[in-house]
Design a protein around this ligand. Structure first.
Ligand SMILES: Cc1cc2nc3c(=O)[nH]c(=O)nc-3n(C[C@H](O)[C@H](O)[C@H](O)COP(=O)(O)O)c2cc1C
Length: 474
């Protein structure tokens, strides 16, 4: 039987065959064989059915959990000593139900074999830009585009330099230049190579171009006696980063909004070493800051002294006293939303000692208290720069709703989040909270009682409520 030369077919037929074979996950030759067999033989039930080709192929979507199609990654293995870890990376990606198609540079084949990468990935490995068979079957453009993400691991100094310069003289660099999908690099090289100004310039150029990077980490290098920054991120770390990049973008309903939050207690000095404080841990305010940041807001958190790490991506101002807190709040205005979750001391010591008060035989020093500024009322009543939505917290130990309603009437804010902080609830310092959201309209005050939740869940629910309200007023 005469052999079929696909190259001699006309262009539209070739395009049809390429698209159809991509759709069905076969090589062009295999697809042609399936078509010919279907014409000459009764259907073979063991052969996976061909999907009819739509008029135009849809853009590859990042597959959703439970979707029929696996996510696809093109893994480019560069020529570095860390290439052996890429074999493990293939396994870690496959464990996460990600299809991996490997491309190896010439140098990479000096470190690991095509056979190993192919056996682990369960697919052909591509190495040559000028391989007629690969080019016709799959082609460098399809390798660049028929995937959801391109990962380069290890990304060698040489490969990064080629990318930064836009070279395309081998399969890996041609794919990277033709890519229309996000690219994640896992650099790995000797610490001197990584810190070399040329590599620093290339890394900065690539980041400016929107290329993502993971690592390199600090530690021992594969070469004996070498240590420093340059070690490739571990395969599980890279696999987790891949999973995160494949996730659909999280909705960011508060994007473009500035949200100001206060948290924690205040410390009111008695003298240079003593102060009056309360048991607030700051956990609820910090959780709200993190939730608002995750919702896309530009978050400004002003906190009293707490034992918590600053939430990522949030601008944090640390203060001690109520007066400092008010000053910091005013400095962050204007804001779209202000949430006053801090437990601000109502009073401070009027006669603060300039030196440590001494214990003498004479009488106990009298502490005179004066009222602190009321931050919630001050901001709620601003004529200029009042945030569109001002939310206060009412932490009460008795008559929760009645006290919260009275506070609502006094302060001039828009919502009150009321919570019972009596010692039996464990709310102060604990991880759970039971809150009631007080809002008002023409009919009066409404109280929505939420079930007991973690402070993170309360934060997420509150931010969702804020996003709904602020979104409506946009
Ligand atoms: C034993 C050995 C280990 C190497 N390890 C690295 C490395 O970890 N990172 C790197 O950037 N280059 C490393 N190189 C140099 C690269 O192999 C060389 O720059 C090569 O051209 C990179 O090819 P690529 O662009 O295909 O990655 C190593 C070379 C040798 C001989």
């Amino acid at each position: 039987m005469a052999s079929l030369t696909i190259r001699k077919l006309d262009d539209s037929l070739k395009t049809y065959l390429r698209l159809r074979s991509a759709q069905n996950g076969r090589s062009v030759e295999e697809e042609v064989r399936v078509i010919l067999r279907a014409l000459t033989e009764p259907a073979d039930p063991s052969e996976p059915p061909s999907t009819p080709l739509p008029a135009t192929l849809p853009e590859p979507l990042v597959p959703q959990p439970g979707s029929a199609r696996e996510a696809r990654v093109t893994l480019i293995i560069g020529g570095g000593i860390a290439a052996y870890k890429s074999l493990d990376l293939i396994r870690r990606l496959k464990e996460r139900h990600i299809h991996v198609r490997c491309v190896m540079t010439k140098a990479a084949t000096q470190f690991v074999t095509e056979l190993a990468a192919s056996a682990l990935s369960g697919d052909r490995v591509f190495t040559d830009l000028f391989d007629a068979r690969s080019e016709f079957d799959v082609g460098h453009i399809r390798l660049a585009r028929d995937c959801d993400l391109i990962v380069v691991a290890p990304a060698t100094a040489d490969l990064m330099a080629k990318m930064a310069q836009g070279h395309a003289d081998d399969l890996a660099s041609a794919i990277l230049l033709a890519a229309s999908r996000p690219i994640l690099l896992a650099p790995a090289m000797n610490p001197m190579m990584w810190s070399n100004p040329a590599t620093r310039r290339n890394a900065a150029t690539l980041q400016r171009d929107g290329v993502h990077m993971i690592g390199p980490n600090a530690g021992e290098m594969a070469e004996k006696g070498e240590a420093g920054v340059g070690r490739m991120a571990e395969p599980t770390e890279i696999a987790e980063a891949v999973v995160a990049m494949l996730k659909p973008p999280v909705p960011r309903p508060l994007a473009g909004r500035r949200v100001l939050i206060t948290a924690g207690p205040t410390h009111e000095p008695i003298d240079p070493v003593r102060y009056i404080a309360n048991r607030s841990s700051g956990k609820q305010g910090f959780a709200i800051a993190a939730a608002a940041q995750a919702a896309g807001a530009d978050v400004r958190l002003i906190t009293g002294p707490v034992e918590l790490a600053d939430p990522k991506g949030v601008r944090v101002t640390h203060v001690e006293s109520a007066r400092q807190m008010l000053e910091a709040v005013e400095a962050e205005l204007p804001a779209d939303v202000a949430i006053f979750a801090a437990a601000v001391a109502d009073w401070r010591v009027a006669n603060e000692g300039g030196q440590k008060l001494k214990k003498t035989d004479k009488a106990i020093p009298p502490l005179q208290l004066v009222e602190n500024p009321d931050i919630l009322a001050t901001i709620s009543k601003l004529k200029e720069k009042r945030p569109d939505l001002v939310i206060g917290f009412a932490a009460e130990t008795e008559h929760l709703i009645d006290n919260a309603k009275a506070k609502f009437a006094r302060k001039g804010c828009d919502w009150i989040v009321a919570n019972d902080v009596s010692p039996a609830t464990g709310v102060m310092g604990g991880d759970r909270n039971t809150v009631h959201l007080l809002t008002k309209d023409a009919d009066g005050v409404h109280v929505a009682s939420w079930p007991i939740m973690t402070k993170d869940e309360v934060a997420t629910a509150l931010v969702a409520e804020i996003a709904r309200t602020v979104g409506q007023s946009a």
